[in-house]
Ligand binder design. Structure first.
Ligand code: CA
Length: 264
C-alpha cells in the first residue's frame, strides 16, 4: 500500500481519483489548493509515496508547489496534471522539479500506470538492499533487470535507486527526471545523444516540443557533475544535435581526438 496525495481543486476529478486509487489499495489524501498541500507535506510532515499535482489551482499553482517542495529538499515523486496542448507547461513542470506529467483530460488507466511507475522508484529505494555498491571508476553495477543501479565516474557515484549523486563530501538528491536523463546519457556514454531522442526516450514526448527544457536540465546536471559548469568536461554540447556524456575526459582526450571540433 502506498500513500498518495492528490492536489486538485476540481472536486469531481479529485473524488474520482481518490475512489480509484483507494480501490487499488492506496491510502489517499486530497487537498484543494497548493498552500494546504505544502502545509500537509512540509509542516505536518505527513509522508507520501507520490503526489498527483494539478497545475491549475487557486492561489499557488502546481509549478510553485513543486518548486517549494524541492527548495525544502522534499523529493516526493510528483506527477503533474497539465493542460492539453500546452507543451510549455510540461517543460515548466520539469524545470520546477516535477517527475512526470499527464495532460488533461487523462485516461484513468494511463494515470494509474504512470503513478505506478513513480511508486516503483520509491519502493526500490526503500527495499533496503544495503548501502550502494561502490563500483570501479567508469563502470556500472548491473541489477537483476540488467539495468545499472549505480555508476561511478571521475570520483562521483550515481545511485539510481536512491536517486543520489555522491561527489567528494557531498550528496545531491536527483529528481526522477534528472536521474532518467543522466541514465540515458550514461547508457550512451561516448556517443552523441540527440535532443529528439531525449524527448522521446526519456520523457515520452512525441510532439514538436521546445527543446530548450532539455538544455535547462543539462545546465542543472552540469552544476552537479562538473567542477566548472561553464567549462563542462563530462556533459558536452554537440552543436545543433544534442549532448555527449564523457565519463573520463582525461582518458578520452589522450586517444583519438577527431570529434573535438563539434563539441564545446
Ligand atoms: Ca484544477
Amino acid at each position: 500500500m502506498s500513500r498518495v496525495l492528490i492536489v486538485e481543486d476540481e472536486a469531481h476529478i479529485a473524488q474520482g481519483l481518490r475512489f480509484n486509487l483507494e480501490s487499488e489499495g492506496h491510502a489517499v489524501e486530497v487537498d484543494g489548493d497548493g498552500e494546504a498541500a505544502l502545509r500537509r507535506v512540509l509542516q505536518l510532515r505527513q509522508p507520501f509515496d507520490a503526489v498527483v499535482l494539478d497545475v491549475m489551482l487557486p492561489g499557488k499553482d502546481g509549478f510553485e508547489v513543486v518548486a517549494e517542495l524541492r527548495e525544502a529538499k522534499n523529493y516526493v515523486p510528483v506527477l503533474m496534471l497539465t493542460a492539453r496542448g500546452r507543451p510549455e507547461d510540461v517543460l515548466k513542470g520539469f524545470a520546477a522539479g516535477a517527475d512526470d506529467y499527464l495532460p488533461k483530460p487523462f485516461e484513468l488507466a494511463i494515470l494509474l500506470a504512470r503513478l505506478q511507475g513513480l511508486l516503483r522508484r520509491t519502493q526500490w529505494s526503500r527495499a533496503g538492499d544495503g548501502p550502494p555498491h561502490i563500483t570501479p571508476v567508469g563502470s556500472a553495477a548491473q541489477d537483476s533487470s540488467g539495468d545499472f543501479g549505480t555508476f561511478a565516474f571521475a570520483g562521483k557515484t550515481v545511485n539510481f535507486r536512491e536517486l543520489e549523486l555522491q561527489t567528494l563530501g557531498n550528496t545531491i538528491h536527483l529528481t526522477v527526471m534528472e536521474a532518467e536523463l543522466l541514465r540515458h546519457l550514461i547508457r550512451n556514454a561516448g556517443k552523441t545523444v540527440s535532443r529528439k531522442s531525449i524527448l522521446e526516450e526519456v520523457w515520452g514526448l512525441h510532439e514538436d516540443t521546445d527543446t530548450r527544457a532539455i538544455d535547462n536540465f543539462v545546465v542543472r546536471l552540469r552544476r552537479y557533475v562538473e567542477e566548472d559548469p561553464a567549462k563542462p568536461r563530462h556533459l558536452l554540447t554537440v552543436r545543433g544535435v544534442g549532448y555527449r556524456f564523457v565519463p573520463e575526459p582525461d582518458q578520452e582526450s589522450s586517444g583519438k581526438d577527431g570529434k573535438s571540433n563539434d563539441v564545446q
